[in-house]
Design a protein around this ligand. Structure first.
Ligand code: NAD
Length: 340
């Protein structure tokens, strides 16, 4: 356990269980140098307890990097609740989780994530004030989409010499909460949309409402386009797919798009500009953090603008150093997290 913590540079790992509700929860705190750890809570089934702990540790590390480059005063943390096969009272389970968070005295602040909803956050918030994305605070997805939209403009400027999205061919993989909102923004800006989703209903909606061209899921990554925007699952940029991409740049919302860090170098070698995912998709985190501390929407919108500025800065460094933007982003984040 300690070697895993050392490898992930994890500050702390907390476990809790509550037989009365079936709660089995892990909270991984990666780094609190810049502020208390903030990160979502997953509620998923895992093959075993080790996988749940590893997932929390890996995701907490990602949150530290994301928060550092988003310029918010938070560190990275993540919680995982192992979903039991049957749960008698979901609300009671999340309330028990709220009591667990409260014992950490504010070192970890939770948020909505895969498998959890704002209603779950409301249950948690009955026992701790360290819960965000409650029903009163709202869904962060539209703000993630706005950040990605601004980042796509910065990416188009850096790779194609103009941030005008009129006529730009953008392939979006995944039309969920973020992907669909992004498609709406891009459509309003005049982009030509090529879209896929495992749910044919989402694709149909985009065809009818946004004039999007439907693409079969298995063909989207190899479809010729200006910018590929992965907005579904992680790991889509891997040894199998990287040689087949036919785009000038990749800029999407999905977390952990690179199957391994080396894939970023392969993209660079192929002349494909890669927008580091955790820089581009930080809009949701920015919204959650600022909303929780009571900031007005205008202040949140102003902070979201930093995403494209940060990206532009990263692209300039990457070009000067002839390195992948992903490597540059990691170095910048590590300087903030571990530097002098
Ligand atoms: P979501 O579950 O609402 O949507 C994901 C969509 O992708 C679904 O409609 C699903 O059918 C589709 N999809 C999955 N695999 C696909 C494939 N192979 N081909 C085509 N479509 C596929 O999720 P979301 O909230 O929109 O988040 C999307 C991504 O962005 C995730 O990776 C998430 O971790 C990341 N992200 C989301 C937020 C946020 O605010 N919601 C913030 C940061 C990062």
């Amino acid at each position: 356990m300690f070697s895993m913590m050392e490898a992930a540079r994890l500050e702390a790992l907390h476990l809790a269980q509550d037989p009365a509700t079936g709660l089995k929860a892990v909270i991984a705190i990666h780094n609190t140098r810049l502020g208390p750890a903030l990160g979502g809570c997953r509620y998923l089934a895992y093959p075993d307890e080790q996988s749940a702990i590893r997932d929390a540790a890996r995701l907490a590390q990602g949150m530290s990097y994301k928060a550092a480059l988003a310029g918010i005063d938070h560190g990275g943390g993540k919680a995982v609740i192992i979903r039991p096969p049957h749960v008698a009272n979901r609300a009671a389970l999340f309330e028990a989780f709220g009591r667990f968070i409260e014992t950490l005295g504010g070192h970890y602040i939770t948020a909505m994530d895969s498998g959890t909803s704002s209603l779950d956050m409301d249950c948690i918030a009955q026992h701790t004030r360290h819960a965000t994305s409650t029903t009163s605070e709202g869904d962060p997805s539209p703000h993630t989409a706005l950040g990605v939209f601004a980042g796509i403009r910065a990416t188009a400027q850096a790779r194609l010499g103009s941030d005008d999205q009129e006529g730009l061919r953008i392939a979006i993989q995944g039309l969920g909460n973020v992907g669909y909102a992004l498609a709406e923004e891009l459509h309003a800006a005049g982009a030509e949309l090529l879209v896929s989703d495992l749910d044919p209903g989402r694709v149909q909606l985009a065809v009818e409402q946004l004039g999007a061209h439907p693409i079969a899921s298995e063909a989207l990554l190899t479809t010729p386009c200006d910018i590929l925007a992965p907005c579904g699952l992680g790991g889509v940029l891997n040894a199998q797919t990287v040689g087949q991409l036919r785009c000038a740049a990749v800029a999407g919302a999905a977390n952990n798009q690179l199957a391994s860090p080396e894939i970023a170098d392969e993209l660079e070698a192929r002349g494909i500009l890669y927008a580091p995912d955790y820089v581009l998709n930080a809009g949701g985190l920015i919204y959650v953090a600022l909303r929780h501390r009571g900031e007005e929407l205008a202040a949140i919108t102003a902070h979201l603008a930093q995403i494209s500025l940060r990206l532009t800065e990263i692209y300039a460094h990457a070009q000067a150093d002839k390195r992948s933007p992903a490597r540059v982003a990691d170095s910048l984040a590590e300087r903030l997290l571990y530097g002098p």
